[in-house]
Design a protein around this ligand. Structure first.
Ligand SMILES: NC(=O)c1ccc[n+]([C@@H]2O[C@H](COP(=O)([O-])OP(=O)(O)OC[C@H]3O[C@@H](n4cnc5c(N)ncnc54)[C@H](OP(=O)(O)O)[C@@H]3O)[C@@H](O)[C@H]2O)c1
Length: 334
């Protein structure tokens, strides 16, 4: 929908639904980043409730991951939950995590939910602005590192040619990014500069726009390659979970925001329902899922300029990620 009125209307009138009872995830393995809290944790619980056999939580603080594991297993004792360290502000940590994923026998569902929202500029230890590091670069690198195992699983385990799944959590706020940096000669370099940070949520909004552009380019490339080579298929989409009352907003202390959230926000469980719906039910390759149905992303994303920026961002991102993991394009089978 995109406009503020439409957004408020949806928040007040739509109620996210849990996965249908008929869904049975027995035998499947899922991986969730940001699964120790918030929407990621709620999504994890809901997959476990539908019989998921194995769940991998990628978390930066192991004790928080173990607390989440215990909470999930209290409800769903038959689901094996393992906690793996993952700090998305460290490329070394992401690479080590990716190496473990590569050795997995099976991986059916990946939900990349971990993300940050901050109102002040911060540089991550990698040298990149923190939203660009966590929400864009780390999420994009993870999306590439999981592809071989998703592909292998699709060709060996998937019944009736059902695809394995990769869902990246974006947001409706991508509609609201002004994104003046789109005209910079090097967009990502520009976004790393403190002078480009913008006011309020501007940078967060832009990072969520980068998520949807990445989903579209990645899914085009993955689907194109599958058609060429007969690889097992991977369905890739992006999901808007709606405004939810989670810890994401902890640093948003602008007067009125907390009251606004009390009135309009959904519960984390409802947000988690949106994540699992996108990761299990929705079938549009490269789609943008909002209110549990495929929707059109922002006019910018669908414009010619949006298409050009999508390709430019892909090249720039791959340039950075190839320095972190040489040959990442070949490794991920692209
Ligand atoms: N809540 C909303 O209203 C809303 C709306 C639209 C989209 N979203 C998106 O939904 C996703 C989940 O948000 P949420 O509401 O669940 O937020 P949250 O409750 O703040 O959870 C964020 C998760 O990301 C993890 N994380 C942050 N930085 C990390 C890092 N460097 N390395 C590894 N993990 C890291 C956090 O770990 P720690 O616990 O260790 O910090 C936490 O598990 C985000 O992508 C967000 O942009 C949320």
């Amino acid at each position: 929908m995109g406009g503020m009125l439409g957004f408020l209307y949806n928040q007040l009138t739509f109620t996210p639904k849990p996965l249908p009872e008929s869904i049975n995830l027995s035998g499947k393995t899922a991986l969730i980043t940001g699964g120790n809290i918030g929407l990621g944790l709620e999504a994890a619980k809901q997959l476990a409730e539908r019989g998921l056999s194995r769940l991998i939580l990628g978390v930066r603080t192991i004790s928080k991951g173990e607390a989440a594991r215990d909470e999930i297993q209290r409800q769903s004792p038959d689901c094996e939950v393992v906690v793996w360290p993952l700090d998305m502000e460290s490329f070394e940590s992401i690479k080590a995590f990716g190496e473990r994923v590569r050795k997995l026998e099976r991986l059916d569902i990946v939900i990349l939910s971990a993300g940050i929202k901050a109102l002040e500029y911060k540089r991550a230890p990698t040298g990149h602005e923190a939203h660009i590091q966590v929400n864009h670069l780390a999420t994009s690198l993870l999306s590439l590192l999981v592809l071989p195992t998703l592909r292998k699983t699709a060709s060996t385990h998937s019944k009736n040619n059902k695809p394995t799944r990769l869902t990246i959590v974006t947001s409706e706020v991508h509609f609201w990014s002004r994104f003046p940096d789109q005209h910079a000669p090097q967009i990502l370099l520009e976004l790393d500069e403190p002078s480009s940070f913008g006011a309020g949520m501007e940078r967060y909004n832009t990072s969520k726009l980068l998520n949807i552009l990445w989903v579209r380019e990645l899914s085009n490339r993955v689907a194109g390659r599958e058609n060429d080579n007969g690889h097992g298929s991977i369905l890739i989409n992006g999901v808007n979970p709606g405004l939810c009352a989670s810890e994401l907003h902890r640093s948003h202390t602008t007067p009125g925001v907390q009251v606004f959230n009390k009135v309009f926000a959904w519960t984390p469980r409802q947000g988690g329902s949106c994540l699992v719906d996108a990761a299990v039910v929705q079938m549009e390759q490269g789609g943008y899922v909002s209110e549990q149905v495929g929707k059109r992303p922002s006019p910018f994303v669908l414009s010619e300029q949006g298409g050009r920026v999508q390709k430019k961002l892909w090249e720039e991102t791959m340039g950075i990620l190839s320095e972190v993991v040489p040959g990442i394009d070949l490794l991920s089978g692209l």
